[in-house]
Design a protein around this ligand. Structure first.
Ligand SMILES: *Cc1c(COP(=O)(O)O)cnc(C)c1O
Length: 230
């Protein structure tokens, strides 16, 4: 099932990229692996996802110990508490969900302690939703302009989770805005930054995200099926 699902997503990614006049090779598929065990993660990797994204530190630690992600990069994509930063910095290739200055400062401190450079994305609360964390566009631009304060972090781009897509096309304006923010930041050429990653688009809206410049979609349900929360 996982293998067939991924093949179908790849087909849809290719079609969406071509329709937008883009090279399908420039868009990565990140498997959102929350609530899926190590064997299912391995199945997704074998079927050709480009990377895995974990939401919870506990799952990341457990599946890492089982070598679930071997062969592909693993990213952190969930809300990260500062007291868990130690378990994530240096353990993942990219922290996509840097959503507040306090967290960035904490990541910087831990990366300096470990003497490494941690790749990060800034998460934008693009729908200005009460229920979601993330920077406003203005805050994100200010943080990017101050990246020289965080020499052990490298800003690689932006991540966004827009409101649930009501109908096809409804999130395009959010994706377009993320793209504009990234261009804006790039123009200012901030320290230790290269804004090539635009992580946006999930099961319900990834084709729209690709039409609007996404370079990485994060897909859970369409790969693994519905999650059953207890
Ligand atoms: C779960 C999750 C996804 C994937 O969501 P689906 O709708 O199941 O594809 C993407 N990004 C983040 C941050 C997530 O937590």
């Amino acid at each position: 099932m996982i293998k067939e699902n991924i093949a179908e997503i790849r087909r849809r990614m290719d079609a969406a990229a071509r329709k937008a006049g883009r090279d399908p090779g420039e868009i990565l598929l990140c498997a959102a692996t929350k609530m899926n065990d190590a064997d299912r993660v391995r199945e997704a990797i074998a079927a050709g996802v480009d990377c895995c994204g974990e939401n919870r530190v506990q799952e990341l630690v457990q599946k890492s110990a089982l070598h679930a992600y071997d062969g592909k990069p693993v990213h952190f994509i969930g809300h990260l508490q500062t007291n868990k930063v130690r378990q994530v910095v240096g353990k993942v290739d990219l922290i996509q969900s840097v959503d507040r200055v306090e967290l960035l400062a904490c990541i910087e401190k831990e990366a300096a302690r470990q003497d490494l450079i941690q790749d990060i994305l800034l998460e934008i609360n693009i729908g200005a939703e009460e229920s979601k964390s993330g920077f406003t566009p203005e805050e994100a631009k200010a943080v990017a302009a101050a990246m020289d304060r965080y020499p052990h972090c490298r800003l690689r781009g932006l991540m966004a989770i827009p409101p649930i897509s009501e109908k096809s096309g409804s999130n395009c304006r959010f994706f377009e805005e993320i793209q504009r923010i990234a261009v804006d930041i790039t123009t200012k050429n901030p320290h230790n930054s290269s804004m090539e990653v635009l992580s946006m688009g999930m099961t319900d809206d990834f084709e729209d995200a690709i039409a609007c410049g996404s370079t990485m979609i994060r897909v859970g349900t369409a790969i693994f099926g519905a999650r059953h929360y207890q």
